[in-house]
Design a protein around this ligand. Structure first.
Ligand code: 8DG
Ligand code: MN
Ligand code: MN
Length: 363
């Protein structure tokens, strides 16, 4: 592995969307530590701290060599005092005490376990933890009424916490594509999310669907969901229709990752080939999203991630370019107009950024 000579420093632009971030990093032990602190901050509802740790981790992910000395950190962007201390501890002692004690704390372990249930967010998990609930068994016996998503999440807890493989994603893609084409011939479907960035596993499978004739795609998702349900392929589903036009004129909120596309968050029942004695299927989380063709490039960009990369793109757009970027559109605030595009390349170009291919968006 390449090791950076002491005193040599790196020039690195400060926004993650200005640099390449491949899947494989040279600094895993640092990025894993910082990501754990970010996750802990998220579980504590400390959004600002979480983003600071995520940005610091992303800088180390993008470094082309392994960090071996604290002097190499000088001049790097986004490394606050706290993150630098964590990195130095790891350089000097092999571990960070803060990371170790966080990781092994009862609170962190319980919140991770509880938010591992599909449909349970940080706030709910925190409320349950404060009531003394630290395990799934305790939750079941607590008498809490779970909503349908959480019930399904609990029922399929094991499967949903098993990584989804690329092969499984493709198998689901084949099934869904067939149904989509049955409902609306000529439709196009793309695998987005982490798999589009080159990941070999994921926590779910994300698909984006469109049709070349604008408007034909309206209502597609509910028909697809009906057919999949009739085939017994959905263990849970929540469908939301497109609400973009209802909010027309209102700018996309730069910090929000939620969009207004017609969509279905579901749990798919996937048959598995190697027959097990007890079960010949597994549950997989699947996101289906439908975008009109005029917004498709924005939707692909928005659904490819990573989450930090998306956040940085929107921050760049608003802070540097006075533009508002969402998964629907790009609005130039100074010129007071929407910038039309048909490709991701054009969106980067409108933003004054060099094109970053999906496999280099792993910030
Ligand atoms: P993983 O599933 O392999 O763990 O990673 P991922 O594919 O990068 O994460 P994800 O949670 O599936 O999110 C994929 C992208 O979708 C991410 O950049 C955020 C984006 N996204 C939107 N809108 C929404 C939304 O409403 N909900 C969620 N969860 N993600 C959204 O553009
Ligand atoms: Mn995903
Ligand atoms: Mn997803």
């Amino acid at each position: 592995q390449v090791v950076l000579p002491d005193k040599e420093q790196f020039l690195m632009p400060s926004y993650a969307c200005q640099r390449l971030t491949p899947l494989e990093s040279h600094n895993n032990k640092f990025t894993e530590a910082l990501s754990l602190l970010a996750e802990n901050a998220e579980l504590n509802n400390e959004e600002g701290r979480a983003v600071a740790f995520r940005r610091a981790a992303a800088v180390l992910k993008a470094l082309p060599v392994m960090v071996t000395s604290a002097t190499q950190l000088r001049g790097l962007p986004c490394l606050g005092e706290h993150s630098q201390r964590v990195i130095k501890d790891i350089i000097e002692n092999g571990v960070s005490n803060e990371v170790e004690s966080t990781m092994h704390s009862e609170r962190f372990k319980a919140l991770k376990l509880l938010t591992g249930i599909f449909g349970v967010g940080a706030k709910t998990a925190d409320r349950w933890f404060k009531e003394g609930i630290q395990s799934l068994t305790q939750l079941v016996h607590s008498g809490h009424e779970l909503n349908p998503a959480q019930q399904a999440g609990l029922e399929h807890y094991h499967d949903l916490n098993q990584p989804v493989t690329k092969a499984e994603a493709e198998a689901i893609g084949d099934i869904v594509r067939r149904v989509v084409l049955d409902v609306l011939p000529g439709s196009e479907m793309t695998l987005t999310g982490g798999f589009r960035r080159g990941k070999m596993t994921g926590h779910d499978v994300d698909f984006l669907i469109t049709h070349p004739d604008e408007g034909k795609e309206t209502g597609l998702i509910s028909k697809v969901v009906s057919l999949l349900t009739a085939q017994g392929l959905l263990l849970y589903q929540k469908t939301t229709r497109n609400s973009y036009m209802e909010n027309k004129g209102r700018l996309a909120q730069p910090s929000s990752t939620m969009d207004r596309f017609e969509r279905c968050f579901c749990i798919f029942k996937l048959e598995i080939k190697e027959m097990r004695p007890d079960k010949d299927w597994r549950a997989v989380r699947v996101d289906l999203v439908v975008a009109p063709i005029s917004q498709y490039a924005f939707a692909v960009l928005g659904w490819t991630g990573s989450k930090l990369f998306e956040r940085e793109l929107r921050r760049w757009a608003s802070q540097v370019k006075s533009m508002s970027l969402s998964s629907h559109a790009l609005f130039d605030i100074k010129q007071c107009k929407y910038l039309r595009t048909t490709s991701e390349e054009e969106i980067f170009s409108h933003l004054g950024l060099e094109f970053i291919p999906p496999t280099e968006r792993n910030a």
